[in-house]
Ligand binder design. Structure first.
Ligand SMILES: *Cc1c(COP(=O)(O)O)cnc(C)c1O
Length: 351
């Protein structure tokens, strides 16, 4: 079986794969609602969130959760939202606000740069809330949310976070960073299967009147029904089986802290091995332990490298937008061993 080094969906553990074959289940039966409760509680337990936070489960990919969060929690009439972007996913939240007809201000940096915190300082007072990406998968940069969160806390502005590629794999300081909500998915750092995504948010916001322009992605509606052990629409039952198992596996393995250490070890192995082969990291600083971007070796196109590695059993990922001719990406999420990564490195051209 190919090993997936793309940023989700990830290679499954046998345990999660086996869980998909549990008995057929109707999403309006008590057995489903028990699982829904266990998953919702399990998600907030990953970060020991205080009881003011709750999670809402959605059937859809990570983008569905981000759009449900942006659509339902950003008011159209309380001043502009502030989007802080340094990659595709930050810019996508701005595109959502544009599509929803909500005013926003965009403080953007080049994709190779850190978040523009000076720009945030200037704009934050006149904005209603702040939207940012935690781990910008475009380049593999872990954005400095310690500093952004402090700005949000000091200005009294809620932070809405796209944590799609960080939830479960690194720290999220819900209270310190003034996080009102964060959106994520089952099939990245949590090692579940695609189909289920979720938003962890303050109950206060989930109980307040919502702003969703979409009927399907109305977070407050999901929350109200899920709190009463209901579900507005058909859930991806088998993807819930997978997430339920993946959360148990994460907890037994030592939680996000252990997963973070594991990813750090894997990324060190990949980065050191590639540097030995003359391949340099694309970012000079700010590199995450979840996904690395690397400069293409001279004389090799992305397609050639991709096909060569696929032949050896690995799926890597292309650069996005203007970066597709310059770099490639390797994510270290999912079921991978040190030997897998040695085999990967051996499949690169010799220096
Ligand atoms: C993967 C990803 C998304 C989108 O997730 P989909 O499941 O492809 O919809 C959004 N934001 C970030 C940071 C991501 O890495």
């Amino acid at each position: 079986m190919l090993k997936l080094l793309n940023p989700g969906p990830v290679s499954l553990t046998q345990r999660v794969r086996d869980s998909l074959l549990k008995p057929d289940l109707c999403h309006r039966e008590p057995e489903f609602f028990q699982m829904q409760r266990r998953i919702r509680d399990g998600l907030t337990a990953v970060y020991s969130c205080p009881p003011e936070y709750a999670s809402v489960l959605l059937t859809g990919s990570g983008t569905a959760a981000v759009e449900a969060m942006v659509g339902s929690l950003v008011a159209p009439d309380q001043g502009p939202a502030l989007v802080v972007a340094n990659g595709v996913y930050g810019e996508r939240m701005a595109a959502m606000l544009r599509r929803h007809g909500k005013p926003f201000e965009l403080v953007s940096s080049a994709w190779t740069e850190a978040l523009d915190l000076a720009g945030v300082s200037r704009a934050i007072a006149s904005c209603s809330c702040v939207l940012a990406v935690h781990h910008e998968t475009t380049t593999g940069r872990l954005n400095d949310l310690g500093r952004l969160g402090t700005l949000c806390r000091e200005a009294g502005r809620p932070l809405l976070l796209d944590a799609v590629s960080s939830f479960g794999g690194t720290e999220i300081e819900f209270e310190n960073w003034n996080v009102l909500a964060c959106a994520a998915t089952a099939n990245k750092c949590l090692h579940g299967v695609p189909g289920i995504s979720f938003v962890v948010a303050r109950r206060q916001a989930l109980q307040a009147p919502g702003h969703s322009p979409s009927l399907y992605l109305d977070l407050q509606n999901y929350y109200a029904l899920q709190e009463k052990d209901g579900s507005p629409f058909t859930q991806a039952v088998q993807a819930c089986y997978g997430l339920d198992e993946a959360l148990a596996e994460l907890e037994q393995a030592g939680g996000w802290q252990a997963r973070c250490r594991l990813y750090q070890q894997r990324t060190r192995q990949v980065e050191e091995g590639l540097i030995e082969r003359g391949i340099q990291p694309f970012l000079a600083e700010g590199r995450s332990h979840i996904l690395g971007s690397y400069r293409l070796p001279p004389g090799l196109s992305y397609e050639q490298l991709h096909d060569r590695l696929k032949e050896a059993g690995f799926v890597i990922y292309a650069g996005q937008g203007g970066l597709s001719n310059e770099m490639f990406r390797i994510a270290v999420m999912g079921d991978l061993s040190g030997q897998d990564l040695e085999r990967l490195l051996a499949a690169f051209p010799a220096p």
